[in-house]
Design a protein around this ligand. Structure first.
Ligand code: NAD
Length: 365
């Protein structure tokens, strides 16, 4: 039977794995601590599957499974296109992050990770804090993203912001013929850890920056430090700007927002910006908007934790590696125009071809 036939004929859990191409999914349960977690290992052709752990009060187990499958697949592409020797993985813990995270709960989770012998490496994600990672690290060495005081690489956000900034510049080069952002109008949605650093790069280059955030405090802080124009949350989609940079939530590129956009470029740090990866990628393209794939230009954080995991962490080297995002982004955008496909599809295609080619020759460690 052909693989494609197998995929079509599989239903249920294995059908979902076949459809997205997962290698392994591990369900973790511990009655005394109440731990319920799922570890998704999408692909280890290039190296161990690295991806953070997210804790969320999922309404259903199916919702948690869907999340871990989707997120771990995204990590495979992110690592592959960034040129890292990593596969893609992710973990989700089902539960209330405010009440359930005891020392025993987290250490039990660490033990589950350890049982995979390094096939999966974890890091922080939504609702997981540095202190939680410290407990996990007591039971396994397959954890990264630790604080500087523990020999880790510290906050990855400045590196993520730098890569995103370079992704914006590469997109400007493609669209306007040069990568200067001086006097370009740029709208940044979400000025949290990444958005705040991104604004700093943009202002330094004399871009005209518009910002929005649900936190008035963050907006106030940035307007007091930089020459930026605050706008309200909804107005961000209607601005007549060159670049819209989503740095808050996922799925902000959808049927409702895309028709409102007046920008030439969408390039930001948020994960999963396209509500529908294929349809909304083409919807942007049809409207003449250039889209810099999120998983490529926000890979600075992954570069940071990968370097930490390798040991001998060197911040300068991390920023040097993040610099490659500019060329990769430009290559992807050129490939998309050449092959008349969306930039998202071009990026996935490039990632898949590296997995295929390098995965075949590399000696597994
Ligand atoms: P953060 O929580 O520090 O910042 C997000 C900001 O968005 C917050 O200030 C929040 O108030 C704001 N926000 C939320 N909803 C909003 C809305 N509707 N309108 C406007 N603002 C809103 O998170 P972060 O670490 O800066 O990450 C930002 C995005 O980048 C996330 O999607 C994250 O998954 C992605 N990302 C982050 C990193 C990293 O290194 N931190 C790496 C890769 C991807």
């Amino acid at each position: 039977m052909e693989v494609s036939e197998l995929k079509k004929s599989e239903t249920g859990l294995f059908g979902a794995l076949a459809q997205l191409g997962h290698e392994q999914v591990v369900f973790c349960y511990d009655e005394p601590t109440g731990l319920k977690a799922i570890i998704g290992i999408h692909n280890t052709a290039l190296g161990p599957a690295l991806g953070g752990t997210r804790m969320w009060n999922y309404a259903t187990e199916q919702e948690a499974l869907t999340d871990v499958l989707r997120l771990s697949r995204g990590m495979t592409f992110k690592a592959a296109i960034t040129g890292l020797n990593l596969g893609g993985g992710k973990a989700v813990i089902i539960g209330d992050a405010k009440t359930q995270k005891t020392e025993a709960f987290l250490r039990r989770f660490g033990k589950f990770i350890n049982s995979l012998g390094g096939k999966y490496i974890t890091a922080e994600d939504v609702n997981m804090k540095t202190a939680d990672m410290e407990y996990i690290a007591m039971e396994t060495r397959y954890v990264t993203g630790l604080p500087e005081t523990m020999g880790g690489g510290g906050d990855p956000s400045p590196v993520t912001a730098y890569g995103t900034y370079l992704g914006i510049k590469a997109s400007a080069k493609k669209v306007f013929g040069n990568d200067s952002l001086a006097n370009r109008k740029i709208a940044v949605q979400g000025v949290g850890q990444v958005g705040m650093h991104l604004v700093e790069y943009l202002v330094k280059e004399n871009a005209q920056v518009f910002i929005t955030d649900i936190s008035d405090e963050k907006v106030k802080d940035l307007t007091s430090r930089f020459r930026v124009t605050p706008v309200n949350q909804e107005a961000i989609y209607d601005l007549d700007v060159d670049v819209y940079a989503p740095c808050a939530l996922g799925a902000t590129l959808n049927d409702i927002t895309i028709p409102r956009l007046k920008c030439s470029i969408v390039a930001g740090a948020a994960n999963n910006q396209l509500k529908d990866e294929i349809r909304h990628g083409y919807m942007l393209q049809d409207r003449g908007i250039t889209y810099a794939p999120d998983f490529l230009i926000n890979a600075g954080g992954l570069i940071n934790v990968y370097n930490e995991y390798l040991g001998h962490y060197n911040r300068k080297r991390v920023f040097e590696q993040a610099e490659r995002i500019f060329d990769t982004c430009l290559n992807i955008l050129n490939m998309a125009s050449r092959e008349k496909i969306s930039a998202q599809e071009a990026a996935i295609k490039m990632a898949e071809s590296r997995i295929e080619e390098v995965g075949r020759v590399r000696i597994p460690r």
